[in-house]
Design a protein around this ligand. Structure first.
Ligand code: SIN
Length: 493
């Protein structure tokens, strides 16, 4: 089915460097496929090191002019960009759905979510206050000012192709940094459309640059940025393995890093929980984007006293989910992003069943009609999960709910924290004293308390342990793109 947009010019298929749309310096291209069918429907440059370096040169040249602009002027550019994002919601949602697979209603929600970050940082741009330090020695004035870190490389994931790049570019531009971006190889088109709107908002040439590449060439593009001392910061959302690689490789030029990495979130249902609220919260957290979300619960711990009842109410809700292509308005779960993702989900399910898990629902790939490709996986519930299973230690990133049993608070806290990851955790209880005790002891950057929907531009999003460092959103989201300068002026006595 052709991708019909109100504005066909939003379907950009070139790099954008120094204010110009251009092909890659080599002539090879990389195809973009629809996850629902596996069929290619667009292509973008398969860029290499030379393209990456051209983008860096443009961003470096634009940096002095951009950071010198009054904060209010930078804010105005962001406001104009946001107005264009909002005005083009429907086209952006169609592009997201086509290349990423999420249902249209969810894609519209993602546009609103990403736009909220641009709006938020357009407001924060004018509040990058410093400090006047009270006089310590007569005749000396001391100040701490905040300034932009420099050129920022933004490397973004495929699961939220609009929101994740928006929440990196917006604070970077607000702080006065310039940006070189590389969107995920599966989903470059949404990012290119966003950049097209940034161009239309009048953001000056070189301030925002983007290059695309295939999975095979990504190491060349990112490698060129990691080795380049002009790039002062890398911001990345993706796997812990890649995050560690970026940390190692950027050490040579001591770049600042923001790493939003893998999750494997625990979701705990205590025996005093409101079970319907807990089921609702789990549905929201688990099935957002078909489970392909880094804060998606992977380990659901349910107190043995409510285990059977919870499993039954949850399975009834999951059974009612409608799976289908993104283009169908009533779809609630689309295809997974690609066949590698489905292979991983399938291997986690098979491993769990081989290690004593009991299949309550789903458990296999599905094809609803002949046009469906191989990327649909049925929403799945596995009971009697245990910590020998692969899904207890690795993110599944799919629509699989694994139900573990527990007996007491101490035990469940030990199990929940028994992971190298520390992004998000959730728990449901009506005991007010337990709320603060458990929230404090969970080793994660984000805690949902009787709540499954945590995402907000106004909140600091990020992890601890091997889920990374740095925060996105809120006033903290701007700090990651700024450095502190101490100025000491003497001779004033
Ligand atoms: C992610 O999956 O990386 C982010 C999800 C969110 O913003 O909630």
């Amino acid at each position: 089915m052709p991708l019909t947009l109100t504005r066909s010019d939003l379907l950009q298929q070139q790099n954008f460097i120094n204010g110009r749309w251009c092909d890659g310096i080599g002539s090879t291209r990389h195809e973009v496929a629809d996850p629902a069918t596996g069929a290619a429907f667009a292509s973008v440059p398969d860029s290499g090191a030379a393209d990456a370096q051209a983008a860096t040169a443009a961003a470096q040249a634009a940096f002095d002019g951009w950071r010198a602009l009054p904060a209010r002027d930078r804010a105005r550019f962001l406001k104009r960009w946001n107005a264009l994002i909002v005005a083009n919601t429907e086209d952006l949602a169609k592009i997201i759905s086509r290349e990423q697979g999420k249902p249209l209603a969810e894609a519209r929600g993602e546009v609103a979510y990403g736009s909220a970050y641009v709006e938020w940082f357009s407001e924060e741009a004018v509040r990058t206050y410093g400090e006047i330090i009270p006089e310590q020695v007569r005749g000396k004035k001391m100040m701490a000012t905040r300034e932009a870190v420099g050129v920022v490389a933004a490397i973004t994931p495929w699961n939220f192709p609009l929101a994740m790049i928006a929440r990196k570019i917006a604070p970077a531009l607000a702080a006065g940094c310039t940006v070189i971006a590389k969107p995920a190889e599966d989903t470059p088109l949404t990012a290119l459309a966003l950049v097209k709107l940034a161009e239309e908002a009048g953001i000056p040439p070189g301030v925002l640059n983007i290059v695309t590449s295939s999975r095979e060439k990504v190491a060349e593009v990112v490698g060129a940025w990691l080795a380049d001392s002009r790039v002062r910061k890398v911001t990345f959302t993706g796997s812990t393995a890649v995050g560690k690689h970026l940390a190692r490789e950027s050490a040579g030029t001591l770049k600042r890093l923001s790493l939003e990495l893998g999750g494997n979130a625990p979701f705990i249902v205590f025996d005093d929980a409101d079970l319907d609220a807990a089921v609702g919260g789990l549905m929201a957290a688990k099935f957002r984007n078909g489970g392909q979300t880094c804060v998606s619960p992977n380990r659901v711990y349910v107190h043995h006293a409510v285990y059977a009842e919870f499993a039954q109410r949850l399975s009834a809700r999951i059974e009612a989910l409608r799976m289908g292509p993104a283009s169908r308005e009533d779809s609630q779960i689309g295809p997974m992003i690609n066949s590698r993702a489905v292979d991983k989900i399938e291997s986690h399910v098979q491993d769990a069943l081989a290690r004593g898990g009991k299949l309550l629902l789903g458990g296999k790939r599905v094809r609803n009609n002949v046009a469906d490709g191989p990327n649909y996986f049925a929403p799945t519930v596995i009971a009697e999960a245990n910590h020998d299973m692969a899904l207890a230690s690795e993110e599944t990133f799919g629509p699989v709910v694994a139900l573990f049993r527990f007996s007491d608070e101490e035990e469940v806290l030990r199990l929940a924290n028994d992971t190298p990851f520390g992004l998000a955790a959730y728990f449901y209880t009506r005991d007010i004293v337990r709320v603060s005790r458990v929230a404090e002891r969970l080793q994660t950057g984000i805690v949902g308390i009787n709540e499954g929907a945590l995402a907000s531009e106004a909140a600091p999003f990020g992890g601890v342990k091997e889920s990374g460092y740095g925060r996105e959103g809120s006033s903290h989201g701007l700090d990651d793109y700024m450095q502190t300068k101490y100025q000491c002026q003497g001779g004033l006595a």
